[in-house]
Design a protein around this ligand. Structure first.
Ligand SMILES: Nc1ncnc2c1ncn2[C@@H]1O[C@H](COP(=O)(O)OP(=O)(O)OP(=O)(O)O)[C@@H](O)[C@H]1O
Length: 448
């Protein structure tokens, strides 16, 4: 990405060539990427081929009314902020414009300083929503630490820190619930891209068509139901990181397009032939054996080689026993605060139970167990009974229909069994009669 793109992309729409020229010089001096249009039709055609963050739109465009033009522009680029530019006498109409969706108005003639300030203010607002999301993520992350006392994990974290600063694509491997998503966010936070977004895509949740438009965006009317244009996650991640979670479930038919994007950083929105460019670092995670899948033709080998420039393998929690009590303490402190509960620590027996459990669901399971314990424990010390570890269904003691179980417990056991006997998530979803995105949510909900 070049510097101008990162500063902001601005469209000027005015029927006076002199205004277009002056505004353009002034804004280009600030490092913005500027395009111009002298009427509504031109503006629409530019919007179809390029993405803008902000538009300065003249309220009186010859015969045309700027408000009508704005309404049409907003259907093509709903994310773009529009500042109405108006003569002093038309301030009332400018107020109407704001009620119709303009972000602000500017009265002509205006000084270069006023123009610069207005552009800066609007672009800042445009970035604010994205920043807010990142900040929320950071607050959430504050509870997730990149520290560990376990030698296996320490090695992974050390390598992760070293490679975070490069732009190399990283494949994160590990059993479900080992913290692959958290590690991806930590790597983004340690990288030079930390000020931009880390955008996550959950691969199993979308079929090939939806995934293509989610990733690359689409134009209005590109397919049935596409009532608005969207920019796509790749554009949202421009300058930042795209995290492809559960990449093993990325639709095979769309893999060539992802490969091309990773190689050339180029892509097209669905329904729009214009080739676009985005500077995105790719992190991907899976608990599947992609090499085996590639051998069987279920994953493209060339894509695998692009994704696994660096591979980090997270150890399962049972191999991180040095971290179990620290993590448990941290989760407990967080949950008792959240639920205003009395527990402040674990009894010795509870600590031993935590250390001796196998944790097939890894950190996610530990988190769920501690959340539940924090709620049901009415004392200062969480004891073994509060952990409920013994109550988990064993493989050889599958719950029966009609047994004294809640619907949730039965559903969890059934989903776990179907998952264990299905070669792919899609197959499991078909067997269960639910779509892949519902299955994805339920796996997270039940810590499977
Ligand atoms: N170091 C950590 N500190 C605190 N919580 C963590 C840590 N690592 C993971 N977690 C928590 O454990 C849960 C599972 O983490 P995450 O979703 O990153 O695992 P995953 O390996 O990506 O799982 P899956 O393969 O199922 O997607 C989440 O609730 C996450 O917040």
């Amino acid at each position: 990405m070049d510097a101008t793109q990162s500063n902001g992309r601005i469209l000027l729409v005015d029927d006076e060539p002199a205004i277009l020229r002056t505004f353009r010089y002034c804004l280009e001096d600030e490092g913005y990427l500027v395009a111009t249009a002298s009427n509504g039709m031109q503006a629409e055609s530019v919007l179809h081929s390029q993405v803008f963050d902000l538009c300065f739109l003249d309220l009186r465009l010859g015969e045309e009314n700027g408000l009508d033009v704005m309404a049409r522009m907003r259907t093509i680029a709903p994310w773009m902020r529009v500042v109405m530019v108006t003569a002093h006498s038309a301030v009332d109409t400018a107020v109407d414009a704001m009620q119709a969706g303009a972000a602000d108005y500017l009265v002509k003639p205006c000084s270069p300083d006023q123009l610069r300030m207005s552009a800066a203010k609007q672009l800042e607002a445009r970035q604010m929503a994205a920043r807010l999301e990142t900040l929320e993520e950071e607050v959430r992350q504050a509870r997730v630490s990149g520290d560990s006392q376990s030698p296996a994990m320490m090695t992974v974290l050390e390598t992760a820190r070293q490679v975070a600063g490069t732009d190399a694509n990283i494949l994160i491997l590990g059993e479900s619930g080992t913290g692959k998503g958290e590690l991806a966010r930590l790597i983004h936070g340690w990288s030079r891209r930390a000020k931009k977004e880390c955008v996550t895509i959950n691969c199993p949740s979308l079929n090939a068509e939806l995934m293509e438009s989610e990733l690359f965006g689409h134009t209005k009317g590109a397919f049935t139901g596409a009532s608005e244009s969207t920019l796509g996650r790749v554009s949202q991640a421009d300058g930042g990181t795209l995290f492809l979670d559960e990449i093993g479930d990325f639709p095979l038919t769309l893999q060539p397009k992802l490969l091309r994007f990773i190689q050339d950083k180029e892509y097209e929105r669905v329904g729009d032939p214009v080739t676009r460019h985005a500077d995105v670092r790719i992190l991907a995670a899976t608990n599947l054996d992609l090499t085996e899948m590639a051998k069987e033709g279920r994953f493209r080998e060339d894509l695998l080689y692009r994704l696994n420039v660096i591979t980090l393998t997270l150890p399962p929690l049972r191999e991180r026993t040095d971290d179990i009590l620290t993590l448990a303490d941290r989760f407990l402190a967080g949950f008792v605060k959240e639920y205003a509960r009395p527990a402040r620590g674990f009894s010795e027996a509870a600590q031993n139970a935590l250390l001796n459990h196998g944790w097939p669901g890894n950190i996610r399971e530990l988190r769920n167990v501690i959340e539940r314990a924090s709620i049901i424990c009415n004392e200062e010390r969480v004891d073994v009974a509060h952990l409920g570890l013994g109550a988990e269904p064993e493989d050889n003691a599958a719950p029966r229909v009609g047994a004294s179980l809640s619907l949730d417990e039965l559903e969890k056991a059934h989903i776990a069994a179907v998952l264990a006997s299905s070669p792919t998530l899609e197959q499991a979803a078909r067997t269960l009669g639910i779509d892949a995105s519902t299955l994805y949510r339920k796996r997270k909900q039940f810590g499977l």
